[in-house]
Design a protein around this ligand. Structure first.
Ligand code: PAZ
Length: 339
């Protein structure tokens, strides 16, 4: 497992320029504001507004709040959707991080892809027999199998503790459009909290979509042969988010690549372009063991990686990552108070 990430400035800038010019020359860019006029809000938007407002108002003044986004967005191909484009994200990063934020004393709004991993439930989704694989019948009663009992006991206890303490609120999305509407809505509710609110944007959000007005109304028919898809670039929502929606909050975005040469320049480019606090860079195949934290004030990225021993003991990288982020967030809050 290599921990080296190419961060040579000159090389970084030339790759960066190439990336940017290819984006500008090839794709038509849609304005983020018009996106909301042209697309339909999700059915749970009003509910989410009410619940999030209530949740935020009920938090003790000293408690920091984190919006954790998690899982992948779908992009429908038809308005009456039969088919859609999806991505790989299972929600491991988000669900594990949410648990760690709760343990660090945060209130967490967990904005997650429906059916993806959820905090404290995440260990119970891989059994080929589904939920029944964890259970047994002994003396006519349903019981948890002994090999799962200890962990399930711990997870259930923690889940109930945070729910009872009103520290965890879950809001789900499915499509790209659901996600963007909910992200804006929740951000605007968090904005008045300023530095006390953190946005931890771990969801894998599609870069391409088909606008509603040019999408097929009904199921695309196979009668006319091959299907050619033309997708528009999704507007860059990080810009209005940082500049207009939550300008005083602590914002962490993620950058995922598969080509390690592109990772550092793209992470730096995002920081320079949007001016938020942290970009966490990760590579698809090593994301569970290694991440790099980029900030505008540090010349080199901060590498965080877990050891073999951590892996053997089922200790996730998010355990260390969230401790580090919570420390940096506290610093941000203190510095903002001194202004
Ligand atoms: O959900 P997961 O644990 O399988 O993957 C996490 C991740 C790679 C989606 C996340 O760490 C991330 O990089 N999110 C942003 C992806 C992007 O560049 O859009």
């Amino acid at each position: 497992m290599s921990s080296k990430l190419t961060v040579d400035r000159a090389q970084s800038e030339s790759v960066q320029e190439a990336v940017v010019s290819s984006i500008l020359s090839e794709r038509k860019v849609i304005d983020p504001d018009t996106y909301f006029d042209d697309n339909k809000p999700p059915a749970n938007l009003r509910w989410a507004n009410g619940r999030v407002s209530e949740f935020v108002a009920q938090q003790p003044k000293e408690r920091p709040i984190a919006l954790v986004t998690s899982g992948g967005t779908t992009v429908p191909l038809e308005n009456n959707t039969v088919r859609f484009v999806d991505n790989f994200s299972a929600g491991t990063r988000g669900s594990s991080s949410a648990e760690q934020f709760l343990a660090s004393g945060y209130a967490v709004i967990y904005l997650y892809r429906d059916q993806s991993l959820q905090p404290f439930n995440r260990h119970y989704s891989h059994n080929p027999d589904g939920v029944l694989g964890y259970l047994d019948i002994v003396d006519g009663k349903v019981v948890v199998k002994p090999e799962w009992a200890e962990q399930m006991h711990r997870d259930l206890e923690l889940f109930k503790r945070y729910k009872n303490a009103n520290q965890l609120l879950m809001v789900s999305f499915t499509t790209l459009s659901d996600y963007l509407f909910l992200l804006r809505e929740i951000s605007l509710i968090l904005a008045p909290l300023g530095p006390r609110a953190m946005l931890y944007l771990a969801a894998a959000v599609s870069d391409f979509f088909i606008p509603t007005h040019i999408m097929a109304e009904h199921k695309i028919q196979s009668g006319s042969g091959d299907l050619t898809l033309r997708m528009n670039q999704v507007p860059k929502f990080l810009r209005p988010l940082v500049k207009n929606w939550v300008p005083r909050c602590f914002i962490i975005s993620f950058k995922l690549e598969t080509d390690s040469e592109l990772l550092a320049p793209k992470a730096r480019h995002a920081l320079e372009k949007y001016g938020h606090q942290i970009v966490i860079a990760n590579l698809l195949h090593t994301r569970k063991w290694q991440v790099w934290l980029f900030t505008n004030s540090e010349p080199e990225p901060y590498l965080l990686q877990i050891s073999k021993e951590d892996i053997e003991n089922n200790r996730d990288i998010e355990h260390y990552l969230v401790v580090e982020l919570a420390r940096r967030h506290q610093e941000y809050i203190s510095n903002s108070n001194q202004l």
